[in-house]
Design a protein around this ligand. Structure first.
Ligand code: GUN
Length: 299
């Protein structure tokens, strides 16, 4: 058996940002439109701060506006809802993202429901989930959208009739991923922690998407020879080989074990991760175009 193709999400995301920068320049020149993203960060969770910093920096890189709203961890739900409603009303804000997780006193569902679905660039609002499930235009959650771009690039768009298995049933990744694969005429199985004989189910997959959040759970015995394997997991684990107290990021897939069996596989880091923010920028451009009555660019 040979080595699988390594799917380079980092390079794909950089190329996508390049296309988005061209599209943003064109919107500015032809329509005087600058897509604007508002990012709301509550509290001081270090991982969330890193995500938000990256989102803001990448907006600037492609020529989009970003507005950052930092609020203390003890903000009331009412004050947070008032902030979101104010952003809904602003014409220069085309996308709104409230960074998750939120502190315990706040019901995330209530906050997500308050975002104008037209500005819901995370694609988490029930209106967008329902539109995706019923085949209507929607804003698609960024991580599954990024996975789909990588899958289509790897398989050349010919997904019809392939067996796809998604491991994980979250609203943010697993369920929308299944909808996107179904839209491409795949035969889709959504597997999860209660699935019986998970390795056997996964071995049926021509396309295997792992989104469970358990480091190295998917080994070689889960992979059909030649399959396309997409690893959504980003798990921080101890790395004693790097020194005391050191850590590294690993996926849900045991990359070293799965690579000799797979046909193509995403690494962690450098696979799906960089695609998520690039797709957030893409959603913001799409949202801005729809709000301005302009045809969205094909990027
Ligand atoms: N926290 C971690 N990832 C995400 C994301 O994609 N969107 C939001 N809103 N919060 C997150």
């Amino acid at each position: 058996m040979g080595e699988a193709k390594r799917i380079d999400g980092k390079a794909f995301a950089a190329a996508l940002r390049g296309r988005l920068a061209v599209a943003a320049g064109d919107l500015k020149d032809r329509h005087d439109l600058t897509p604007g993203l508002a990012v709301v960060l509550v509290g001081d969770d270090p991982a969330s701060q890193v995500y938000v910093r990256n989102k803001v920096a990448q907006c600037a890189e492609v020529g989009m506006e970003s507005l950052e709203y930092r609020r203390p961890a003890d903000i009331s739900q009412g004050d947070l809802l008032t902030l979101v409603e104010g952003l809904n009303d602003r014409r220069d804000v085309h996308g709104i993202l409230v960074q998750l997780p939120l502190p315990d006193q706040i019901d995330p569902a209530a906050v997500l429901a308050a975002i104008d679905p037209a500005k819901d660039v995370d694609g988490f609002h029930v209106i967008n989930a329902g539109r995706l499930a019923t085949g209507q235009d929607s804003l698609v959650p960024c991580t599954p959208a990024g996975c789909m771009l990588l899958i289509k690039d790897t398989l050349g768009g010919g997904l019809s009739g392939l067996d796809a298995v998604v491991v994980g049933r979250s609203n943010i990744v697993g369920k929308p991923m299944a909808q996107l694969l179904l839209r491409e005429n795949c035969t889709v199985t959504v597997a999860h922690s209660r699935t019986r004989d998970l390795p056997a189910v996964c071995r049926r997959a021509d396309i295997l998407v792992a989104a469970v959040g358990r480091p190295h759970m998917i080994g070689a015995d889960f992979v059909k020879p030649g399959a396309t394997v997409i690893d959504v997991g980003i798990n921080r684990v101890a790395a004693p080989d790097k020194g005391p107290g050191k850590t590294r990021l690993v996926g849900d897939v045991d990359y070293a074990a799965a690579r000799p069996v797979a046909g193509a596989i995403t690494p962690v880091p450098g696979g799906v991760g960089p695609m998520t923010i690039a797709c957030l920028l893409r959603n913001t451009v799409i949202a801005a175009c729809r709000q301005a009555g302009v045809a969205p660019p094909d990027v």
